[in-house]
Design a protein around this ligand. Structure first.
Ligand SMILES: C[S@@+](CC[C@H](N)C(=O)[O-])C[C@H]1O[C@@H](n2cnc3c(N)ncnc32)[C@H](O)[C@@H]1O
Length: 212
């Protein structure tokens, strides 16, 4: 992943933001030790951004597409209103024990529902209205996930999609398959009059959209 900010500035921001707590630090460490592709985990700065966004919104229902080991699920669930629920979808069932271990350690096992399976099949079965949706699964299906979730997001609700700059590749003249899908996703939002939106150049790029 491309480093958006000079290393020293990123370190300064990390040092002057709420530090990563012990549960998330341990989850990150265990993910790096035991799971393939640990760079997929949101990490400290994106995690605190997601937590604060969720705390500002105080959602009753959150949908996350792409759990991995549960780092961003924990961050987002920390902002839930009392009695609120976060649904998180992950197709790799082998990750479930690690997720449950850390949902428990974070004291969030009652608020987080891990749904194992293909997001494209599971989303249509969810009969909920969501205040916040975080899209962070297979890049090729971002446009599909946007279409599947849009009708389930309340007016004023937020959709956030991760990795929309794809290490800067979206701005290059030629695109591989994933880059093309992410570029198509960014164009889809640009052409959607039902939202106000902005690409935040944090980490690998977060596309934030508010449903009007
Ligand atoms: C980038 S990781 C998610 C990282 C996590 N949100 C975080 O920030 O810590 C993407 C995850 O999506 C899962 N995934 C990919 N395609 C999927 C699909 N079609 N349905 C459900 N999960 C999928 C992958 O197995 C992987 O664990």
């Amino acid at each position: 992943m491309m480093q958006m900010l000079p290393e020293a500035l990123e370190a300064y921001i990390a040092a002057h933001s709420t530090p990563e707590d012990e549960v998330l630090r341990e989850l990150s460490r265990e993910t790096h030790l035991k799971v393939l592709m640990p760079q997929m985990l949101s990490g400290h700065l994106q995690g605190i951004f997601l937590e604060l966004t969720s705390r500002m919104l105080r959602p009753a229902r959150i949908l996350e597409i792409g759990t991995y080991t549960g780092y961003s699920a924990i961050c987002l669930a920390r902002g839930l209103s009392p009695g609120g629920v976060l649904y998180t979808i992950e197709r790799n069932e082998e990750l479930a024990p690690l997720c449950h271990k850390y949902f428990q350690k974070a004291g969030l096992q009652q608020s987080i529902r891990l749904l194992i399976g293909n997001a494209a099949h599971i989303i249509p079965t969810l009969h909920e209205t969501f205040d916040l949706v975080f899209i962070d699964a297979d890049k090729i299906n971002y446009p599909l996930y946007y279409d599947l979730v849009f009708g389930k997001v309340r007016q004023g609700g937020i959709i956030i999609a991760d990795n929309v700059l794809w290490s800067g590749k979206v701005a290059e003249p030629t695109h591989d398959k994933d880059t093309a899908a992410l570029h198509a996703f960014n164009c889809k939002l640009k052409n959607d009059p039902r939202i106000r939106h902005f690409i935040l150049p944090l980490r690998d790029g977060l596309h934030l959209a508010v449903k009007l």
